[in-house]
Design a protein around this ligand. Structure first.
Ligand code: FES
Length: 377
């Protein structure tokens, strides 16, 4: 250990010192004794050195390409759920695995590149230093900068443009990927705003643009192809039935029928109030004609976090969500009266088709269904 303390230079002397002098002075001031500092590549430009350089560039390039792939997949890869279909490639299955794979590869490539560079090109110096307390003074800061700069130069980074460029690309694209990932969550999905029935603002009860076909209320019998429509006389007073949308044009189309049963925002509770209770109903402003007599249809998707509110208690006229015990009053437009939910359940406007006697939906919901945070989109 070096116990000799060098004399401190004056400000003028310090300003006149070159980088090597500052570096040596810094080491002496810190009581550092450099025991050994072999140059990792004493003979420059050998094939081994070039090979090491290419290996490091490979990892940085891999990091850049994987980061780029992450950005492309995050923005353009199909991520929308489709009900499973036999023998068909479902691209959305791969969305999350591909995001994880590409981001992981990008970080891994950058990490291996940095470690390899440190291992192969930075001088493997052995130094001994005495510990001291407190923060660094201006002199220490100036000298440490000089030492770091000297280390960088000795590693040959200035002339290793392949490594510099690939490392810059790797770090830059990975940074871009992380930026896209972070900011992407704040950007509304433009595809979800389409006017089609698949948009965020529409459910399966919405007809495609230009179609005026009646959307009937069907039950789920366990067999998608078996269509069972609902009539008023099917429900006793105080009963509840879960229903899904059905269009005559879809009869026989197993995939569309299955989709209607599986789409998350489709299930609706059709409730028939008891006559005494029906007389006490308070309707929501603007939705006074959404019911058909004693029949009221509410979305089954809880406005708290989206669980199915599958319990209807006839005695109290409460609709219960089993997830966090929210309760909604069926006599007051499904307003929340207990639990964490803060919004009413969306009501589906219904009527009965005079020709067939079956229930149908007059239109889609007029409010967003599901978790309350959707409202903020
Ligand atoms: S999801 Fe219904 S109460 Fe939480």
């Amino acid at each position: 250990m070096n116990s000799d303390k060098p004399d401190l230079p004056s400000e003028a002397e310090l300003a006149d010192m070159d980088r090597d002098e500052l570096s040596r002075l810094g080491a002496r001031l810190d009581g550092v004794e450099v025991v050994e500092a072999p140059d990792p590549w004493p003979v420059k430009g050998t094939r081994a050195e070039k090979r090491a350089e290419r290996q490091i560039a490979f990892w940085f390039t891999l990091s850049a390409l994987a980061g780029l792939a992450f950005v492309v997949i995050f923005i353009w890869w199909p991520s929308k759920y489709e009900p499973p279909r036999d023998e068909e490639f479902q691209a959305y299955y791969w969305y999350t695995p591909l995001l994880g794979l590409t981001l992981g590869l990008s970080i891994l490539g950058l990490g291996i590149g940095v470690m390899s560079y440190t291992k192969k090109f930075l001088p493997h110096e052995i130094a001994v230093q005495e510990r001291h307390d407190g923060g660094s003074n201006e002199l220490d800061k100036a000298t440490i900068l000089a030492q770091l700069s000297e280390t960088g130069e000795r590693s040959g980074i200035a002339r290793r443009s392949l490594i510099k460029r690939s490392a810059g690309a790797g770090a830059g694209v990975l940074g871009l990927g992380l930026g896209v990932f972070t900011l992407g969550a704040f950007v509304r999905n433009p595809h979800a705003q389409s006017e089609g029935p698949d948009g965020l603002w529409h459910t399966g009860w919405q007809n495609p643009p230009g179609s005026t076909e009646k959307v009937f209320l069907r039950r789920d019998t366990g067999r998608p192809g078996e269509v069972s429509l609902v009539r008023p006389e099917d429900l006793d007073a105080g009963a509840m039935e879960t229903v899904f949308p059905f269009r005559e044009s879809e009869r026989g189309d197993e995939h569309k029928l299955l989709l209607a049963l599986q789409r998350a925002d489709n299930p609706v509770m059709l409730i028939r109030l008891r006559p005494d209770d029906a007389r006490r109903v308070i309707k929501h402003q603007g939705q006074e004609d959404f019911n058909y007599g004693d029949f009221y249809a509410y979305t089954k998707i809880c406005s708290h976090l989206g669980c199915p509110t599958s319990l209807y208690e006839q005695r109290t006229n409460r609709i219960l969500c089993p997830c966090h015990q929210s309760q909604f009053n069926a006599l007051e437009y499904a307003k929340p009266i207990f639990g964490p939910a803060t919004r009413k359940l969306a009501q589906l406007p219904i009527d009965v088709d005079p020709e067939t006697g079956y229930f149908y939906a007059k239109r889609d919901f007029i409010e967003a269904i599901g978790p309350a945070f959707w409202e903020r989109a």
